[in-house]
Ligand binder design. Structure first.
Ligand code: FAD
Length: 347
């Protein structure tokens, strides 16, 4: 019988963040990952503290970035690779009203750190921008696919990863600890993203998951070194490659890329850029979004040994590291969870 402090189910952004916190605190663990979901792998990976539809702050943005950016930096040093690519974001204006709104919002005490209070009128080949752009500072992209692959390999080498489905029926709740097959653990933390709907302990929580599709294009004539945000975002990668996304579909619960999703992205892209491009990849995933748009953190109402870290929605990159630390401090130090994030709000 193997004895560990924790069993973790799911190795997306939530699972990586929590597992890394465990490692930093010298806790032992086994991670289960069955590749049934890929939200974190297909994600655009962007972090941006401003909602660019209405020019308003993202909930909890500053506190999240204060934990997230050092977290990714530490992982870069630990795994010897680059995951964080800081890059400015340009919001394409469509009217004078938007320009005026931008100026008004750039005076806001929080937003003034991010919104540059001027209109950028520079022209970029293939993009029509009659009303110019607004520049957002301190935004960037995390290469989530590489980060997850590298961390998974590392856990594999450390012999802490079981690449198989966690079977909920086989969990035995003992007085002192949890038993799962030949493993005894003090606690189980579920980080399954949309996989939560199969979890008998937590599938009562009100998810309102939303499918997203994203394409990668090769557009060698497109010369932008910033993320362009309009009806879609266009994010430079390298060698003339750009990610373009993303769609929002509340009905389709599959992770299969669709013709409708691709057509929607191509239609929007064609209105935005006038240079030739080729689609080289098309991916889809389900964002684990909650009805009230806040994360799901805490322990099961009837068993404090069973915990959850989920509900990262559309912003897993920014949210995951902060809520992982909060869950750890709750479980290990008895710190109270914020009312906005605790699952007790649904009991
Ligand atoms: C198209 C798209 C674009 C996005 N763009 C961005 C973006 O630019 N910036 C941003 O911050 N966020 C973005 N997101 C959202 C982000 O991807 C999510 O917030 C985040 O990935 C959620 O992470 P997670 O770990 O909770 O879930 P997941 O990534 O779904 O991870 C859950 C893991 O659990 C595993 N699992 C499930 N059940 C079991 C089981 N029974 N046994 C073993 N393993 C199991 C799954 O295989 C999976 O690996 C995007 C999402 C999509 C779909």
């Amino acid at each position: 019988m193997q004895k560990v402090d924790y069993i973790i189910v799911g190795l997306g952004l939530a699972g990586v963040a929590f597992t890394r916190v465990l490692e930093q605190n010298n806790k032992t663990f086994v991670v289960f990952e069955d590749q049934s979901r890929q939200s974190s792998i297909v994600a655009g990976g962007m972090y941006n503290p401003v909602i660019l539809k209405r020019f308003t702050p993202v909930w909890d943005a500053e506190a999240q970035l204060n934990v997230a950016l050092p977290f990714y930096k530490e992982l870069e040093e630990f795994l010897g690779a680059t995951y964080d690519y800081p890059i400015d974001t340009y919001r394409l204006f469509t009217s004078i009203e938007e320009q005026n709104n931008w100026f008004a919002k750039s005076d806001h005490p929080f937003l003034s750190k991010y919104l540059v209070p001027k209109i950028i009128v520079k022209s970029f080949k293939g993009i029509e921008a009659k009303f110019g752009y607004g520049k957002v500072l301190h935004t960037g992209r995390i290469d989530t696919k590489k980060l997850l692959n590298d961390y998974k390999l590392y856990l594999k080498r450390k012999d802490c990863l079981q690449e198989t489905s966690f079977n909920y029926d086989l969990i035995e709740q003992l007085e002192e600890e949890i038993k799962y097959k030949s493993i005894k653990a003090d606690r189980v933390v579920f980080c399954e993203g949309f996989g939560i709907h199969k979890n008998p302990f937590f599938n009562y929580l009100p998810m309102n998951e939303v499918k997203g599709e994203l394409i990668t294009i090769h557009a060698p004539e497109l010369e932008i070194d910033f993320v362009l945000k309009s009806s879609v975002f266009i994010m430079p990668l390298c060698d003339g490659l750009f990610k373009v996304g993303a769609t929002f579909n509340w009905k389709d619960k599959t992770s299969i890329p669709t013709t409708e999703g691709r057509t929607e992205l191509v239609d929007k892209l064609d209105k935005l850029i006038k240079v030739p491009y080729k689609i080289v990849e098309h991916v889809a995933g389900i964002r684990p979004t909650v009805k009230d748009r806040r994360p799901l953190v805490g322990t099961h109402p009837a068993n404090a040994k069973i915990a959850i870290l989920n509900g990262l929605g559309t912003r897993g990159v920014m949210i995951a590291p902060r809520v992982a630390v909060e869950l750890f401090n709750h479980l290990e130090k008895g710190e109270q969870l914020r009312t906005e994030i605790t699952i007790a709000r649904f009991s």
